[in-house]
Design a protein around this ligand. Structure first.
Ligand SMILES: *[C@@H]1O[C@H](CO)[C@@H](O)[C@H](O)[C@H]1NC(C)=O
Ligand SMILES: *[C@@H]1O[C@H](CO)[C@@H](O)[C@H](O)[C@H]1NC(C)=O
Ligand SMILES: *[C@@H]1O[C@H](CO)[C@@H](O)[C@H](O)[C@H]1NC(C)=O
Ligand SMILES: *[C@@H]1O[C@H](CO)[C@@H](O)[C@H](O)[C@H]1NC(C)=O
Ligand SMILES: *[C@@H]1O[C@H](CO)[C@@H](O)[C@H](O)[C@H]1NC(C)=O
Ligand SMILES: *[C@@H]1O[C@H](CO)[C@@H](O)[C@H](O)[C@H]1NC(C)=O
Ligand SMILES: *[C@@H]1O[C@H](CO)[C@@H](O)[C@H](O)[C@H]1NC(C)=O
Ligand SMILES: *[C@@H]1O[C@H](CO)[C@@H](O)[C@H](O)[C@H]1NC(C)=O
Length: 821
């Protein structure tokens, strides 16, 4: 008979009006077209957006009170159907007609009142059936055709017996029966009849049931893969007798113990585990959240076990237990101080004793197969570590002594432990490491070393150079004396991950990492670094992760940013005093543009010095800086343009400027000047031959000799030409002779000299200019020079090639020069 339990009444067929009420949002695609989730959308129908190729459909937390034939569209590939808490009350015969290839059906948490006989039976391929918390009173649900079924999970119901329906004998692959948190109080011999006939090797979970009594021999000669009877008994006594009643059971893993604290355990209860001696088990998992002042006789029925896990059990000492086959021993959170002295366990491979405070390690001896030792978090004090504690255990490859009190290293601390691959001594005060560097001499195979926060100080020695296989090294939270950083990591060429956070490092020389060409991850957070120059060194080219968070970096210059290792994909700069100012805008823009490098880019904040406040760097107003920069550029351009214009103007009007200057000077100096020449000759250098051959010849060598001032000859060397013109030429001479020719009018200098002379003489009030026309020049040029005025005034002489005229010419010239006015 099928019994359902909605108030004990068999529910009539329910006709539910499926209202498509519009609040059913579409489902989300979890993976390709195969996995969809419609969780918690209050859907009353299967949305048409679900493709027929769907393999996994999570339809939990919706509203499907009645499962009818046409509810599911044809979904032939559907394997996993999750209908958790859909308020399902009624399941019709052909409810799963369109999804008959399902292998996993989850009906957890539905108030099911009626399951039609053919509904589950049509799911021929079903392997996992989850009927947790659906109000089942027994396992007599009609699923007799599901011969492929492997797992039946029927926890949190009101089932009263472990008896299985007879048809399950045919379920050849059946392996898990979960009946936790039901209402099983008695187990009788006939309840296991079906189980006994099945092929065995089943995992049976009976935890959290109120078992009062088990008939002795119930499980005799049954083989279970795993039996979980944690918190499965109503009382301590029920447990004591229950364990005894399990005599003859063969089980791979036995899980026992209690979640609930029972304050009434007495010394007479010390033997409550004696029933274990009657059970054949390999592994034992014992969790006993029990507080008592008495020590339980734990181990004497466990001597044949291969693996033992004890959690929160009171044990004072482990010594001289003659385990025969023990390979793995785990002890955690046991409350009494533990004396650990384990010896002669020839098969022990793994020893884990953690969170046991404190442990007094008396010694481990004769454990030749031991490979894995974890004695962390035990407040251990070890003297003369470590070879002696682990002597005769050459196969140890993992040793974890972290989170203990103090370890004094002996002279050759790891000799004989050549197989060690992983050594973790973090957060344990390590004494003696700084004495010498031969400590690690034997550890040629060590790949992982953690000595962070061990109060160590590194000296200028190549501490790790013997570790020729080392890949991961953590020395965070220690000290480096002076420049020891440059020595400590030498020759560790195999290193891939290096953690040196929190070591007070202020600067790093590139030499520190020069051997580390395989380094991929470098952690340098919580130091006092201000610059990252070392990162650009070619030896760090393999770096992909660099953590320099919480340092004192306020900016990184462009030449470093451009030369970061090419494969760097993770850079942590969070919690650095980066300055949000326009002077670092290149750096800030670089961060904003390379956010893919920063997993935590929102953690990078920067300081606005003027306001003494902090903002997220990606919120900094870079636009403002761009404006300021533009303004600066515009101003620069303006300034340059102005200078160019001024230069052009200066060049163009240089004569006028010089002219003004010269006049000013000359005027100032005129009073003290004595004339030392008779005449200053202004001429073009191209007419020099005439001047030298004719003019100088005739005037200076005549009688009386006339003293001429010629710029080629008489100007003082090293003095500015303009000064010479004024001082020597114009002011130092009484008259000025101007030699006019085609060359003269073409020469800018001549024009300049002539104009200065004219102006000067005008200022002096005398017109002592004598013009010699050597060649005729165009009228236009005469005008430009202002020559025409002088020519009109007849103060000029004309040179002609003919000797008779020349005689007159010289006479007149001589007279003009000598005449005073
Ligand atoms: C589903 O219905 C419940 C109760 O009516 C309501 O509290 C919840 O917000 C609804 N959820 C959605 C996704 O509409
Ligand atoms: C269950 O198996 C029986 C016997 O093999 C068969 O007659 C019946 O049709 C099957 N039921 C369903 C729903 O497949
Ligand atoms: C559990 O089973 C007992 C009978 O063994 C019954 O009296 C009790 O009501 C059941 N409890 C529940 C919660 O169904
Ligand atoms: C039980 O199953 C395991 C694999 O899960 C297998 O190795 C073992 O041989 C089986 N034992 C028996 C008795 O069937
Ligand atoms: C351990 O196994 C041996 C035989 O292999 C058996 O004689 C002994 O009783 C067993 N001890 C316990 C405590 O199960
Ligand atoms: C060593 O033990 C500590 C504490 O139990 C743990 O955090 C750490 O990961 C272990 N080390 C290794 C290398 O497993
Ligand atoms: C370090 O390596 C260099 C070059 O490979 C070698 O000459 C030197 O002996 C090594 N030093 C140590 C202490 O191993
Ligand atoms: C960078 O990564 C690529 C691809 O993973 C690899 O081939 C290359 O060798 C790496 N470069 C360096 C310098 O490690």
């Amino acid at each position: 008979m099928t019994v359902f339990c909605t108030d004990g009444v068999i529910f009539p067929l329910m006709i539910f009006i499926l209202v498509q009420n519009g609040n059913g949002e579409e489902c989300t695609k979890v993976l390709n077209n195969r996995h969809y989730s419609c969780e918690g959308r209050n859907l009353t129908y299967i949305p048409s957006s679900i493709p027929s190729s769907v393999e996994t459909l999570d339809f939990s937390f919706n509203l499907l009170p009645s499962l009818q034939k046409h509810l599911f569209p044809p979904l032939n590939d559907l394997q996993v159907l999750d209908l958790t808490r859909c308020q399902i009350q009624y399941i019709a015969d052909d409810a799963f007609h369109n999804v008959k290839n399902v292998t996993t059906l989850i009906l957890t948490g539905n108030p099911v009142s009626y399951i039609a006989p053919d509904s589950l039976n049509s799911l021929h391929k079903l392997q996992r059936l989850v009927l947790v918390d659906i109000g089942l009173l027994s396992l007599n649900v009609q699923f007799n055709n599901l011969t492929k079924l492997q797992e039946l999970k029927a926890g949190s119901n009101k089932i009263q017996t472990i008896a299985l329906p007879p048809f399950m004998i045919n379920f050849k692959d059946f392996c898990v029966l979960d009946l936790h948190a039901n209402n099983i109080s008695r187990i009788k011999v006939n309840h296991t009849a079906v189980l006994r006939e099945m092929r065995g090797n089943i995992t049976l979970i009976l935890s959290s049931n109120p078992i009062l009594h088990i008939e002795p021999g119930v499980f005799k000669d049954i083989y279970l893969k795993e039996l979980n009877i944690q918190s499965a008994f109503v009382s301590f006594d029920a447990m004591r007798y229950g364990l005894k009643a399990l005599s003859g059971l063969n089980v791979g893993k036995l899980i026992i113990g209690n979640y609930i604290i029972d304050k009434n355990i007495k010394i007479s209860d010390a033997d409550f585990l004696d029933g274990l001696c009657l059970i054949n088990f390999n592994e034992l998992y014992f969790f006993q959240k029990q507080h008592s002042d008495y020590e339980i006789n734990v181990f004497h029925c466990m001597i044949n076990a291969t693996k033992i896990t004890l959690k929160e059990v009171h044990i004072g000492a482990i010594q001289h237990v003659s385990f025969r086959q023990l390979k793995e021993l785990y002890m955690q959170h046991n409350q009494l101080p533990l004396i650990l002295e384990i010896s002669h366990l020839h098969l022990l491979e793994k020893l884990v004793v953690v969170y046991q405070d404190p442990v007094y390690l008396r010694g481990l001896r004769d454990l030749p197969k031991l490979q894995y030792v974890d004695l962390s978090t035990n407040k251990l004090h070890l003297f003369d570590c470590c070879s002696e504690f682990f002597s005769g255990m050459p196969n140890i490859h993992t040793l974890n002594l972290s989170f203990n009190e103090i370890i004094y290293l002996s002279k050759n601390p790891f000799s004989g432990l050549d197989s060690m691959k992983i050594l973790d001594i973090q957060r344990t005060h390590l004494r003696g490491l700084n004495v010498q560097f031969k400590f690690f001499k034997s550890l040629k195979n060590l790949q992982y070393l953690d000595i962070s926060y061990s109060h160590s100080t590194f000296l200028r020695t190549m501490t790790f150079s013997y570790l020729s296989s080392l890949k991961v090294l953590n020395v965070a939270g220690n000290n480096f004396q002076g420049d020891a950083l440059n020595y400590v990591f030498q020759n560790v060429t195999t290193l891939e991950v290096l953690q040196i956070s929190d070591c007070g490092i202020q600067n790093i020389d590139w030499r520190a990492f020069q051997s580390l060409s395989r380094l991929r991850h470098l952690f340098l957070s919580q130091n006092k670094l201000t610059v990252l120059d070392f990162v650009t060194h070619p030896n760090l080219r393999s770096l992909t992760l660099l953590d320099v968070g919480t340092n004192s970096i306020f900016s990184i210059p462009p030449h470093i940013l451009q030369n970061l290792p090419t494969n760097l994909s993770d850079l942590d700069l969070s919690f650095n005093p980066i300055e949000c100012s326009c002077s670092h805008i290149d750096f800030i823009m670089w961060i904003v543009n390379h956010q893919q490098l920063f997993q935590q880019s929102t953690n990078i904040s920067c300081e606005i010095l003027s306001q003494d406040s902090k903002i997220r760097l990606i919120d900094f107003d870079t636009e403002g800086c761009v404006h300021i920069r533009r303004l600066t550029i515009v101003l620069c351009i303006c300034a340059v343009t102005f200078l160019v214009i001024v230069s052009v103007l200066t060049y163009k009007f240089q004569f006028y400027l010089r002219y003004g200057y010269v006049l000013l000077r000359g005027y100032r100096a005129s009073r003290q000047q004595e004339c030392s020449y008779d005449a200053f000759v202004i001429y073009s250098s191209k007419d020099e031959s005439w001047v030298m051959d004719e003019l100088v010849e005739n005037l200076e060598n005549g009688s009386p000799p006339i003293h001429l001032c010629l710029h080629v000859r008489d100007f003082e060397a090293g003095k500015a030409i303009t000064s010479n013109i004024i001082d020597e030429g114009i002011m130092g001479s009484r008259k000025i002779i101007v030699v006019v020719s085609k060359h003269f009018v073409e020469s800018a200098w001549c024009r300049f000299e002539f104009e200065v002379a004219q102006s000067w003489l005008v200022m002096q009030g005398n017109a002592n200019i004598i013009i010699i026309i050597l060649e005729d020049v165009e009228e236009k040029s005469k005008k430009v020079f202002g020559l025409h005025k002088h020519l009109k005034n007849n103060t000029y002489l004309k040179w002609s090639g003919n000797p008779i005229n020349n005689m007159r010419f010289w006479i007149r010239l001589r007279k003009a020069v000598i005449t005073r006015n």
